[in-house]
Design a protein around this ligand. Sequence first.
Ligand SMILES: [Fe+2]
Length: 480
Amino acid sequence: MPRFPDIPMFQGIHAPSRIEIDLHDLEVDGEIPRDLDGAFYRVAPDHQYPPRFLDDVPFNADGTVSRFLFREGRVHLRHRYVRTERFRLERAAGRALYGKYRNPFTDDPSVQGRSRNLANTTPLVWDGKLLALREDSPPVAMDPITLETEGDWSFHGTLGGPTFTAHPKIDPRTGEMIAFGFAAKGLYSRDVVYYEVDPSGRITHEVWFEIPYYCMLHDFGVTQDYAAFPIIPVCGAGVEALKAGKPHYAWDPTKEIYLGVLPRGGAARDLRWFRAPNQFCSHVMNAFNDRTRLHIDVPVAPGNMFPFFHEPGKPWDPAQAQSRMTRWTVDLASKHEGFESAERLSEYVGEFPKIDHRYQTQPYRHGWLLGFDPARSSIAHVDHQTGKTQTWSAGANTALQEPCFIPRSERAAEGDGYIITVATRIREMRTDVFLLDAQRLEEGPFATIHLPVRLRPGYHGNWASRARIAPSSREVGEHE
Ligand SMILES: [Fe+2]
């Protein structure tokens, strides 16, 4: 096969990795806590073949899953491509067949109408499966231990739409999964389908509704009583633009943003829209409600954060892309269409917000973020009770990824546990994994897991305890 093109998307730490490996008993500096019993999963995009178009966006790459299995103070790695239909078709052809990001008009005729799923955004253990998620497609189920791909996941035949968010929420009180799919009636459709999945893994409630304008509806907030959908004008460029090979989305600075609030268990007629001036957010840290007052915590930037989805005819402005944690509040009891308040929670510039998932949908105290300064990669802990932000930087030679929280034990207090973050050592072109005390980031890692190879930087990760990975008698360690 030909070499990958020498363009920024494949340069430096973003160079293709393309490896699939098993590494038993990784080298560790420091001590892995013996109470860490489970697996940390992360997903990274890594093109199997050089792309057919050079002017594409980085999200358009095959999903790979890393599984770091923690057991008895030792760590074992397995790293695999997700065997999507797309991956298998391209492997058989020996070249890329699919075209640009969310643009089927640029595909090779041989794959017209075939699944474009890349399964490259989030890994989540659910119902005994590892789901590899990507928002334009259904989940792909994998074996959480072997990482063998099993195929599209339909929630036991109950999935009613063609798409499924990469950011579903699990309500720790009820054990339900709350999720949605956008573009649910096809390319650029304004239709969204909302799902409630019961603890047995079946969708028991489905609500179809339209959003004010088509946009990248990447994440949402779920509280004990509501689901909240931020509508941000990363808008559809239009079918004619797609046919001309232009990007799927374009930022529109003229549009207002909306927050759609749907009662859990409710119907489309119960949906309420709130409005606010033009601004940007993508991920949600958490949301909760106090009776009718709903709070949703999001990193907010004055303008567009995606350089490749800029406003047509205007260059992207990095100064407008600085996001800071903000709490939006709306009151369902008020007739007012606007947000009640927007409160700055931290001055730290960052994104990829994470929490202690045992507090998802509820009032909470602790959050973590990945910093944006590429010259000095950092992570932060935001304490919503004290208002203090604590940070740690690994220095100029290290590019950190999303900080994920692992509770010290299931009974530990909120935020009592570890932060795990995968990092690329830039000079050595090698990957390390850091473990830090979640509330004492400033002390730096207490354990560093060394990989002798480089894994391509990833998007999202999640921890799963051994009980969730192997709910039956199946032994987690049997494949090691
Ligand atoms: Fe995301």
